[in-house]
Design a protein around this ligand. Structure first.
Ligand code: CAO
Length: 458
């Protein structure tokens, strides 16, 4: 049968007149046995008074700021059927008190300045635990002040009540990173909630893997000037913007990079034969136009590479247009303008477009439309040097081609080694969309097209 009981502060050892710092329930709340009702905080420990029985809170008898001692009324509780009878309130029959160890006794002879001295017994919540430890959950104030120490569950000790600590644990929040807004900087439940909201809304920046829930330790600031002269150079606006997106793409897309070499001996001979003529029209006839055209031939052959994942990740949006982004190195950082309708343009027209657009990007004249609508990207470092590398996919695209510097290599033709001009290719693709076999087929096909440029016109 249900009965109304008055819950009182149980035996809390030598503590008297301890302030209530949090009232965790309100009239009408249903509570289970052992649910925390109020938090108390002495100068040594934060503790919670648990409910002695399951039931519904009728009336609160105290509020935040009240000072309580053993026997102070907390609230009245309408116990669930039989719960009150089977489970007497903590005040009515306190659990047998464990004797307090000598170090737990308050020693008024110890001046505050002696706190921390190794030769002076230091009360801690463990040692100065209430005599009915089963009735209260307690957090040591001493340990909470030890910034950076980690408890058995890996959470940094912080100034917070057990229920707030439990709440933080459930959400995986490291209390060491939460700023408390309560008295003496105590962390409240709202602080944990606000911390989570803030973390979810925060753009992912340079700190070590903080986004995407990796929970990596943040990079510690280093005073480099200690080791030698330094100068601070602000990042350009483009670098800051592209840095955040590159970081996101690198972490959010499962990349695979497949490497190959394309034999471009014939392509280069043809390009050189045309370059002089093109130059007369002010066009720089570089390899990039061939790479654009060959990529589109490969995209047509493997349409999944010309797609994007739908926002729900359940389908592929396959495009029937062929706009290709080209990474351009500018004094302010990397820009990826998009060359439109590559399939409909000839090599000379592409070379002209490329020259114009890279000049415009380098002059800082980037319009939003210049960098939108790409299906696939090419990052060519061949004019500078290096072989294979790992290009980062330009989301929402699913693949990117990296191009290194061509070099003459001895290539075995079945009978003998022959000098061939080999172009290093690196294809990064999104493994959620493209599997390894498809990736290998795409890059082999592409290398084949570049080796035999007649296939560009097929
Ligand atoms: N192998 C060998 N030589 C190459 C080559 C390659 N793969 N690619 C270009 N070259 C040569 C060109 O033929 C040219 O030679 P000449 O001066 O004798 O005519 C020279 O290198 C310079 O070429 P270029 O860079 O001016 O022209 P491009 O069409 O090859 O490239 C562009 C244009 C805009 C892609 C390039 O200037 C650029 O900015 N590249 C950097 C891209 C980048 O930063 N990517 C990194 C992204 S990830 O951070």
């Amino acid at each position: 049968m249900s009965e109304v009981i008055e819950v009182k502060i149980p035996d809390i050892g030598d503590f008297k007149n301890i302030p209530v710092i949090e009232v965790l329930v309100k009239p009408g709340d249903s509570v289970s046995k052992e649910d925390p009702l109020v938090s108390l905080e002495s100068d040594k420990a934060t503790m919670e008074v648990p409910s002695p029985a399951a039931g519904v809170v009728k009336e609160l008898k105290l509020k935040v700021g009240d000072k309580v001692s053993e026997g102070t009324a907390v609230l009245t509780l309408a116990t669930s059927d039989g719960a009150g009878a089977a489970q007497p309130a903590a005040d009515s029959k306190p659990a047998p008190a464990a004797p307090a160890p000598p170090s737990a006794r308050k020693d008024p002879a110890v001046p505050p300045s002696d706190k921390g001295r190794a030769d002076v017994p230091q009360p801690s919540a463990d040692r100065e635990a209430p005599r009915n430890p089963a009735a209260l959950s307690t957090v040591s104030r001493e340990s909470s002040s030890a910034a950076g120490s980690v408890d058995e569950e890996g959470f940094a000790h912080a100034h917070a009540s057990p229920s707030v600590r439990r709440f933080a644990r459930e959400l995986g929040v490291d209390l060491g990173r939460v700023k408390g807004s309560g008295p003496s900087d105590r962390i409240l439940k709202e602080d944990v909630q606000n911390h989570v909201k803030h973390e979810l809304a925060r753009p992912r920046g340079a700190e070590g893997g903080g986004g995407l829930g990796f929970n990596l330790p943040p990079l510690q600031p280093v005073d480099f000037a200690k080791f030698g002269p330094v100068a601070t150079k602000p990042l350009s606006r483009i670098k800051k913007l592209s840095g955040a997106f590159l970081h996101r793409n690198w972490l959010a897309i499962p990349h695979i990079t497949q490497h190959d070499d394309a034999d471009i001996t014939e392509l280069e001979a043809f390009r050189k034969s045309q370059a002089e003529e093109a130059k007369k029209s002010g066009i720089k006839f570089t390899m990039l136009g061939f790479l654009l055209k060959a990529s589109v031939v490969a995209l047509k052959q493997f349409p999944d590479f010309n797609s994007s994942l739908s926002p729900d990740g359940d389908s592929l949006i396959v495009k029937s247009y062929y706009h290709v982004g080209v990474a351009v190195d500018t004094p302010n950082g990397l820009v990826v303008p998009v060359i439109r309708d590559v399939d409909k343009k000839g090599l000379l027209e592409l070379a002209k477009d490329l020259g114009e657009v890279s000049e415009r990007m380098r002059a800082g004249k980037v319009a939003p439309a210049d960098v939108q609508g790409g299906c696939f990207s090419i990052s060519s470092l061949g004019g500078i040097g290096g072989t294979h590398f790992t290009p980062i996919i330009n989301a929402p695209e699913v693949a990117i081609l990296g191009v290194g510097k061509s070099v003459m290599k001895p290539v075995w033709n079945g009978n003998e080694f022959q000098p061939r001009l080999m172009l290093p290719l690196s294809l990064s693709y999104d493994h959620r969309v493209i599997d390894g076999a498809q990736g290998a087929r795409f890059i082999s096909f592409l290398a084949g097209v570049l080796s035999d440029i007649r296939r560009l016109v097929l």
